[in-house]
Ligand binder design. Structure first.
Ligand code: MSP
Length: 511
C-alpha cells in the first residue's frame, strides 16, 4: 500500500537572540515526527528556518549596530548551527530574506488582492513588537502606567497608520465550518476549543501592511507599505515547496502540509489567519496544526526577555544530545506546559536511559560477546515465558501508531520504555547466565529473544534518540533499509542466526 507523503514544519525562528530551550523543544518535537514517519516508510519533507523581517528584527539589528540583513545573516547562521547541534534531520532551512520566498509572498498577496479580500484603510490600535501581533482593547491591561497584552504579557504600543486590511471578518463562518469538517485540524483538543470559542465571538479585519518602518517585503505596486510580518512568515511553508510553481514535484508531493508544529503562543496565526489566507487565495489549508505547551522555568515561560533560560547547547555539551532530546520528549507533556530542571533531567537520564534501555543493551551485548563469541543461533520453539513477553510487547505496541497519529508522543515513549523494563525483568527471571553449562540451547533462545526485543525497542526509540539507537542497530548488523516499523505488523526483525559486534557504553550514569 502506498503511504501518504508527509510534510512537517517547525515554526521559523526569529533570529533576534540566541536559541533557547523553547526553540529546541519545538524543533526536536518536529524532528521526532519526521524521523518516525521516515522509519514508517513515508516520503517525508521536513522544514525549518528563520523569520527575518518586521519591526522586532529591525530593532534588534539597530541595537546590534548592523544593517538588518547583515544582522540576520549572522543570527540565522546560529539557528542553522542549532539544527546540527540538535541533530535535526531537516531537508531544508528557509530564510524569509531569500528570493524564492519573496516570489511566493508576492504571489500570495496578488491572489488575495484578486479575490477581493484586501482593501486600503487606516489602522488604529494596539501592537506588540515582541509578539508582532495586534491586540483588541479588551486584550490589554495597564500596569504602572504601561500597557500590556493580557494574552502574552508583552508590552504594547499605540499605532495609527495607513494600512492594507485582509477581510478576515468575512471568514468567521467559513472557518468554523472548516474546523467542524476537519476535526483534527487543530490539536490537542483543548487548543481546538480555544480557537473555536475565539472565532465564534466574530473576527475583525486584519491589518496586513505597515508604513512606519521599512524592513520587510514591499507590497506589490505600493512600496510605501511593507507586508505584515506574519503574512510574510507563514508563507515560508509554501515558498520551500517552490510555490507559486504548483506543477513542480515538491509542491505536488507535499502540499497541503501534513503537520505544522508550533507553540501555543502562535496558535492564532496558524489556526485562524493562515487557513483564512489560504482559503481566500484558493489554496488548500494544511492538514494539522499542533500547538504544544510552553517549557517553564519555575512557573514562567522560558524566554530571553524574562532572563530564565536554560541553554540547550550547554546542556548538550554536558549531558549529550540524545539525553536532552529524550528528556524533553518524555517528561514535558506535549499538550500542556511543563517545567524542566537539571535535577529532573539527571533523574530521567539515570532511570530510563542508563538503568533501563542502556543497561538492557549493555548486559546482553557483553554477555553475548564474552560467552557466545558474538553469535546466537535460535533452535528451540518459544517457551511459555518467551510467549508471555512477546504477548506483553504486542499489547504495548498495538496502539503506538494511533498515539503518533495524534502526536501523543508522551504515551508512545512510556509504552516503549515499558517494553524495555519488561525485557529486563524477563532476563532477570530467566537468568540465562545460569544455563551456559546445563542448557545452552535454551540460553541461546533467551538471548535471541532479548536481542530481538532490543532491536524493536531501538527502532521505536530511534526517532527520539537517533545517535545511541543507531549504534545499537549497527552493532546488531541490521541494515539501514530494515530499520523500519514493519515489525509492528507482526514480523520479526532478526533472522535465526544473529552475529553482533561489540557495543560501547551508551549512557553514563550521572552521580
Ligand atoms: N517567528 C515566529 C514563528 C513564525 S512561523 C511562521 C516565532 N518565532 S519564535 O522564535 O519566537 O518562536 C519559535 C517557536 O518556539 C514557537 O513555536 C514558540 O512557541 C516556541 N517557543 C518559544 N519559547 C517557548 C517556550 N518557552 N516553550 C516552548 N516553546 C516556546 O514565534
Amino acid at each position: 500500500m502506498k503511504k501518504n507523503n508527509f510534510y512537517i514544519t517547525t515554526p521559523i525562528y526569529y533570529p533576534s537572540g540566541n536559541p533557547h530551550m523553547g526553540h529546541a523543544y519545538s524543533s526536536i518535537f518536529a524532528d521526532v515526527f519526521a524521523r518516525y514517519m521516515r522509519n514508517d516508510n513515508h516520503k517525508v519533507y521536513f522544514l525549518t528556518g528563520t523569520d527575518e523581517h518586521g519591526l522586532k528584527i529591525q530593532k534588534a539589528a539597530e541595537k546590534d549596530g548592523l544593517e538588518p540583513l547583515k544582522y540576520c545573516d549572522k543570527l540565522s547562521k546560529v539557528f542553522m548551527d542549532l539544527t546540527n547541534q540538535l541533530n535535526l534531520s531537516n531537508d531544508d532551512f528557509i530564510r524569509t530574506t531569500e528570493k524564492r520566498h519573496y516570489k511566493s509572498v508576492n504571489d500570495l498577496w496578488n491572489r488575495l488582492e484578486k479575490s477581493g479580500d484586501i482593501y486600503l484603510s487606516k489602522y488604529k490600535g494596539w501592537y506588540s513588537v515582541s509578539d508582532e501581533a495586534y491586540y483588541n482593547e479588551d486584550e490589554i491591561i495597564e500596569k504602572n502606567g504601561k500597557k500590556f497584552s493580557t494574552f502574552s504579557g508583552s508590552p504594547v504600543e499605540w499605532v495609527e497608520e495607513e494600512s492594507f486590511f485582509f477581510k478576515l471578518s468575512n471568514w468567521t463562518d467559513k472557518l468554523l465550518e472548516f474546523y467542524y469538517k476537519n476535526k483534527n485540524f487543530i490539536l490537542p483538543v483543548s487548543r481546538r476549543n480555544e480557537v473555536i470559542n475565539f472565532v465564534k465571538t466574530g473576527l475583525k479585519d486584519l491589518s496586513i501592511s505597515r508604513t512606519s518602518f521599512t524592513w520587510g517585503i514591499k507590497v506589490p505596486n505600493n512600496a510605501k507599505h511593507v507586508i505584515y510580518v506574519w503574512l510574510d512568515a507563514l508563507t515560508n511553508y509554501l515558498s520551500a515547496l517552490n510555490f507559486p510553481d504548483e506543477k513542480n514535484n515538491l509542491y505536488k508531493d507535499f502540499w497541503p502540509a501534513s503537520l505544522h508544529i508550533i507553540g501555543k503562543d502562535i496558535l492564532r496565526f496558524h489556526a485562524i489567519y493562515w487557513p483564512a489566507f489560504l482559503l481566500a487565495a484558493g489554496i488548500q489549508p494544511p492538514k494539522r496544526v499542533f500547538g504544544h505547551g510552553w517549557i517553564l522555568s519555575g512557573d514562567e515561560k522560558m524566554s530571553k526577555s524574562k532572563g530564565n533560560i536554560l541553554n540547550p547547547i550547554e546542556i548538550i555539551s554536558t549531558y549529550g544530545v540524545d539525553q536532552l532530546r529524550y528528556y524533553l520528549m518524555k517528561e514535558v507533556s506535549h499538550g500542556s506546559d511543563g517545567s524542566i530542571s537539571l535535577k529532573n533531567l539527571e533523574n530521567c537520564i539515570n532511570s530510563d536511559l542508563a538503568n533501563n534501555y542502556g543497561n538492557l543493551c549493555q548486559r546482553i551485548f557483553s554477555f553475548v560477546s564474552n560467552n557466545c563469541n558474538g553469535t546466537i543461533i535460535k533452535t528451540l520453539k518459544e517457551s511459555k515465558s518467551d510467549l508471555n513477553l512477546i504477548k506483553e510487547t504486542q499489547k504495548l505496541t498495538k496502539n503506538l501508531r494511533t498515539e503518533m497519529d495524534t502526536q501523543n508522543l508522551n504515551n508512545y515513549i512510556k509504552s516503549v520504555i515499558n517494553i524495555s523494563f519488561l525485557t529486563n525483568k524477563y532476563i532477570n527471571d530467566e537468568e540465562p547466565w545460569k544455563l551456559k553449562k546445563e542448557n545452552i540451547e535454551k540460553m541461546n533462545n533467551i538471548l535471541h529473544l532479548s536481542l530481538e526485543q532490543i532491536a524493536k525497542i531501538s527502532i521505536l526509540l530511534n526517532p527520539i534518540i537517533p545517535l545511541s539507537t543507531s549504534k545499537v542497530l549497527d552493532a546488531l548488523n541490521i541494515d539501514k533499509k530494515s530499520r523500519n516499523l514493519s515489525f509492528l505488523d507482526g514480523e520479526n526483525i532478526l533472522s535465526k542466526n544473529v552475529k553482533i559486534n561489540n557495543l560501547k557504553i551508551l549512557f553514563k550514569k550521572i552521580i
